[in-house]
Ligand binder design. Structure first.
Ligand code: NAP
Length: 281
């Protein structure tokens, strides 16, 4: 079997966080503590876990994590009021509204209420557009993590055919645009794609962002493909059938310890970036 490269997200995340530690210390020296506000609406256990993990990662680095936990019956207007207060709060540098929110809430309207200066997960239309043009301050964290993993392991992107499975506004679409901006030829697949296996067979780089456990099959892969699994499903399983894809891939992210930890490191990085910007003003 040819040698496999396991793309070690924990290692990449730790290196990123070490670099951030110095920057957090420097900010502390001028009296600024980066602060990420996380808003959780309702009591979805998976969302609670994500928010807790993000909060713990902040604390370990000396970033303030301000947790706002709102009742699941809150209205869109009430949620937007909370976001507006955080926009105005000079001590808050980044705002993260945990997705998904309960059905009665207009999630898009709530995302759009986040100030572009605090949109550290690239969820606003303006943040998305800036990413599409290639100059976003804060591209969505999971797409940014995928690009960081490719770059860390010096995996060529230019001229390669990337097939992204998934087109959500926070993952599939922005990562497709980021790959395109780096001169990959990009195919974005979704639930209405009729010949998915044939599409994946053409890929040098496969990005799985589907939300279905073990969905991407090993037999769909071209030998030597690079596989990035953004999926995170119950039971610590990704969107890729890891064991089967490992046999065909030249490089692959595991789940856990692949894309996930780098996503959190990106969120911390964007929060520190935002805090540094306020220091300059
Ligand atoms: P999402 O909003 O549910 O989007 C899923 C996408 O997959 C949609 O575009 C959907 O197509 C497509 N899809 C669904 N079934 C398909 C099928 N049979 N064939 C082809 N495409 C199909 O999910 P998301 O928020 O992007 O998240 C995707 C995955 O990433 C989840 O496992 C999530 O837990 C994970 N995630 C991980 C991180 C991390 O830090 N690692 C962060 C965010 C999300 P349509 O558009 O046609 O419906």
């Amino acid at each position: 079997m040819a040698e496999k490269l396991i793309l070690d997200g924990a290692r990449v995340a730790n290196e990123l966080k070490e670099q951030l530690r110095t920057r957090v210390d420097a900010l502390s020296g001028i009296g600024i503590t980066p602060c990420l506000a996380t808003i959780l609406v309702g009591d979805d256990p998976a969302s609670e876990t994500y928010v807790r993990m993000k909060g713990n990662a902040c604390k370990r680095l000396g970033i303030t994590s301000r947790r706002i936990h709102l009742d699941r019956s809150i209205s869109t207007e009430e949620l937007i009021n909370v976001i507006s207060q955080l926009n105005e709060d000079p001590l808050v540098h980044g705002i993260l509204l945990q997705h998904p929110v309960p059905h009665q809430i207009d999630e898009r309207a709530a995302f759009e209420a986040i100030s572009i200066h605090k949109d550290v997960d690239g969820v606003t239309a303006l943040g998305f557009a800036q990413n599409a043009f290639g100059y976003a301050d804060y591209p969505s964290c999971t797409p940014a993590a995928i690009m960081a993993l490719l770059d860390y392991y010096r995996i060529p992107i230019e001229g390669k055919h990337a097939v992204v499975i998934g087109r959500s506004p926070i993952l599939g679409k922005p990562v497709s645009l980021m790959l395109l901006n780096r001169n990959a030829t990009v195919t974005t697949c979704h639930s209405k794609t009729t010949n998915l296996a044939d599409m994946v067979k053409l890929a040098d780089i496969v990005v799985a962002a589907v939300g279905k456990p073990k969905f991407i099959q090993g037999e769909w892969l071209r030998p030597g493909a690079v596989v990035l699994d953004a999926g995170y499903n119950a039971g610590n399983v990704g969107d890729v059938d890891y064991e089967a894809c490992l046999l065909k891939a030249s490089a692959i992210t595991p789940v856990p310890a692949g894309v996930g930890p780098v996503t959190i490191a990106m969120l911390l990085k964007h929060t520190v970036d935002a805090a540094e910007k306020t220091a300059k003003h």
